[in-house]
Design a protein around this ligand. Structure first.
Ligand code: ATP
Length: 699
């Protein structure tokens, strides 16, 4: 008989337990990704903290390798000598070892042959070498473990710091933070730093080390704290106040975690490079301290501007964005005494008269001067329905803080140095009652840019590096833009597409904040419009560049033939000059063969006048000058070169004029000089925007 199934026991989990068990939801997938996400969360907190007090961010990021032996010393664990080697993952039998070594020898032989065939340093040899290095690592027992090491991660900022008493809850309680309001911030969920702490707890067991000071504080808070995952509560190991003699403000947060620098190094550096693009007013100093110093890395991203965008402002909930629960929460928390005042005070775009009209519409005994706390369940439901049915004005978007076209352009120029760049900032748009702005930059060329469309995504000025395939920005750039219409070759041009979305609500898919879904139609349209705005500007630049290139090529081609043409013409002229009296055939050939005979010869030899720009012929005619060696092949070549040069300038000018006319603006040089009493002026030309006085001379 089958055993009787036991009813599943009821278990309750704290939010900390939930996220510890499902850490991939928050971007903590594997040790390498955990190292990356830890840095990301701490850097974004640092930027938010500096910008919140209008301070130009200066952020130091340090990753320090911690060997297992050192970690054990820190944790007070004694050195462990193995008793039974066979128990361990990295144990290898003699036979397996022999097999592995034989295989490695065979592969080395193949590499030798490739070097003989293609040469040392060739693409083929290098590819094989890489393959061997990867295979050698993976083939050894226990390899899966070996890439992962332990790292002490420290991020220090010059931001707002944290109030002493709030630090344990801010950093030791999952889902607690100061960024839940309707405001554009990099952080949102009150989760990131705590996830890093949970990861640290799961892998090294070491606590958070925090030093923080608020502006003008005479002391620095020093905490060593941990999180009780079961209770979702901070566990404080050390709490002290240190003196702050130099008035420093900011925070320094340290964690020791397991990670994999080797596999996520490129992501970490790419992330920093991209955050430097969108935040050129910030300064980042990144140090990787390896146990073996020759593997250490330092990368600095200097501040390129002191112009910081206006900080985002806290705004009110838009009526169409609230759900039933939120309305109840607002009703419970409000200080407003009347329902009309409640609507006016708690919601965006609701003034006194609109609030009164909404109350009127609620009917069923609801009065404007009743206390909002007296609304019963049915009345609240009615209010919720009305807030979603009534047409309210759109949020203004003034509370948002886009990077700005200036910063975006500067950042791209600084990091990529492209040949061409265009930027565009879209209008404020709205989805689900939240304002958003999309900005874009599209660049062509530059250093380290691969051929094709290279998409860089930003949300609330955070670079998004993962899950690009599903993101609204990637999908729009790759599928919804007809690049060839803008003279851009999608496959071969080195195109950088930078799109930044800022909003009080970014529709991220998941708490890891890695990508924005492609299902918000308003966002799809705004992203497309922003990219197209850049492309339109680029198109005219590209067409101008193509015309200039073609012109250069034309000039090069013409110039190439000048020596041959000059020699050919000159040899004809020489013959004509030497045999002018009787060589009708030669003269006919030299004149193109369409006119022959003595009269035509006379016209040619006597010349048809002087060229308008001081040509080759003088009053005696060309042939006597040739006969006297006053005109040589070199003279002809030099005159032809001048002509090609002049045609080039004329064409360029004509092109410029046409371009100007095409763009609806005729261009002419304008000279400005200060007027003095000595200047006499004659007639005046009045236009809609200015008066032009024509100078007639000095008095
Ligand atoms: N470097 C810092 N300076 C000042 N305050 C900080 C700093 N780091 C964290 N905080 C405070 O701690 C809170 C919690 O941070 P945490 O990273 O856990 O979540 P968050 O940034 O609010 O949201 P998210 O999970 O989306 O990143 C923040 O809201 C902020 O108030």
């Amino acid at each position: 008989m089958a055993p009787k199934a036991k009813a599943d026991a009821l278990v309750q989990k704290s939010p900390a337990e939930f996220f510890a068990e499902n850490k991939n939801i928050a971007g903590f997938d594997n040790p390498g990704k955990c190292l990356y996400t830890t840095i990301r969360e701490l850097v974004e907190n640092a930027l938010d903290a500096a910008e919140s007090i209008g301070e130009l961010p200066a952020i130091e990021i340090t990753i320090e390798e911690v060997s297992k032996a050192r970690l054990n010393r820190i944790r007070g664990v004694e050195q462990h000598d193995r008793l039974d080697e066979q128990l361990y993952q990295d144990f290898e039998t003699e036979e397996a070892k022999k097999k592995r070594l034989a295989k490695e020898a065979r592969e080395q032989e193949k590499l030798k042959k490739l070097i003989e065939k293609h040469g040392e340093g060739s693409k083929e040899a290098e590819a094989k070498r890489k393959e061997l290095a990867a295979a050698a690592g993976a083939a050894k027992p226990g390899a899966a473990m070996r890439g992962n090491l332990f790292y002490k991660v420290t991020v220090k900022d010059n931001g707002a710091g944290m109030p002493h008493k709030d630090i344990p809850n801010m950093l030791g309680r999952v889902l607690s933070g100061t960024k839940y309001g309707v405001k554009q911030t990099r952080g949102k969920f009150g989760l990131g730093a705590k996830m890093a702490l949970i990861w640290s707890k799961m892998t090294t067991g070491l606590p958070f080390e925090i030093i923080s000071a608020t502006p003008r504080s005479s002391s620095r808070s020093h905490y060593r704290l941990d999180i009780d995952i079961h209770k979702n509560e901070p566990a404080i190991h050390l709490e002290e106040l240190l003196p702050n003699p130099d008035g420093w403000h900011g925070s320094s947060l340290s964690l020791t975690i397991e990670g994999s620098w080797s596999s996520y190094r490129s992501y970490i550096l790419r992330y920093l490079r991209q955050i430097a693009v969108i935040t050129p007013y910030a300064q980042f100093a990144f140090t990787y301290k390896a146990e073996d110093d020759k593997n250490s890395v330092f990368v600095g991203f200097r501040r390129r501007t002191d112009v910081m965008p206006d900080p985002p402002a806290l705004t009110k909930h838009h009526p169409s964005s609230v759900d039933l629960e939120l309305i109840k929460r607002l009703l419970r928390a409000t200080a407003a005494k009347t329902l009309t005042a409640f609507l006016q005070k708690e919601f965006d775009r609701v003034d006194r008269s609109l609030a009164a009209r909404v109350v009127e519409e609620m009917q069923a005994g609801v009065e404007g001067d009743m206390s909002p706390k007296d609304l019963d369940e049915k009345q609240i439901v009615r209010l919720h329905q009305l807030l979603h049915e009534i047409r309210f004005g759109d949020p203004s978007g003034k509370h948002l803080s886009p990077a700005g076209e200036y910063n975006l352009r500067l950042g791209v120029m600084k990091e990529l140095g492209p040949d061409l760049i265009a930027t565009h900032q879209g209008d404020v748009r709205v989805f689900e009652g939240h304002a958003f702005i999309v900005e874009a930059a599209v660049s062509v060329g530059g250093k380290n840019v691969k051929p094709g469309i290279n998409v860089h995504r930003y949300a609330n000025r955070i670079p998004l590096l993962f899950e690009g395939g599903s993101d609204v920005i990637t999908k729009t750039a790759l599928r919804r833009i007809n690049w060839s219409a803008y003279k851009i070759n999608q496959a071969t041009d080195q195109v950088g597409v930078f799109v930044s979305i800022v909003s009080t609500k970014i529709p991220f898919k998941g708490a890891g904040k890695e990508y924005i879904g492609d299902d918000v139609v308003e966002m799809v349209a705004a992203v497309k419009a922003a990219i197209q705005g850049c492309c339109l500007q680029l198109k005219s630049k590209i067409m101008r560049a193509i015309a200039a290139r073609e012109q250069k090529q034309r000039k090069k081609t013409l110039s190439k033939y000048i020596p041959d043409v000059a020699n050919a013409i000159y040899s004809v002229l020489e013959r004509m000059a030497g045999t002018a009296a009787g060589d009708g055939a030669a003269a006919g050939a030299g004149g193109g063969g369409e006119e022959a005979g003595p009269a035509a010869k006379r016209r040619r030899t006597e010349g048809a006048g002087v060229g308008p720009r001081g040509g080759l012929r003088d009053e005696r005619g060309l042939l006597p000058a040739v006969a006297a060696r006053e005109v040589t092949a070199a003279t002809l070549a030099s005159r032809l070169s001048e002509y090609v040069e002049r045609i080039d300038t004329d064409m360029a000018l004509e092109y410029q004029v046409q371009q100007g006319l095409a763009a609806g603006e005729a261009k002419a040089p304008l000279y400005l000089m200060p007027l003095s009493g000595r200047h006499a002026h004659g007639p005046e030309v009045h236009t809609s925007t200015c008066v032009v006085k024509l100078l007639t001379g000095y008095t």
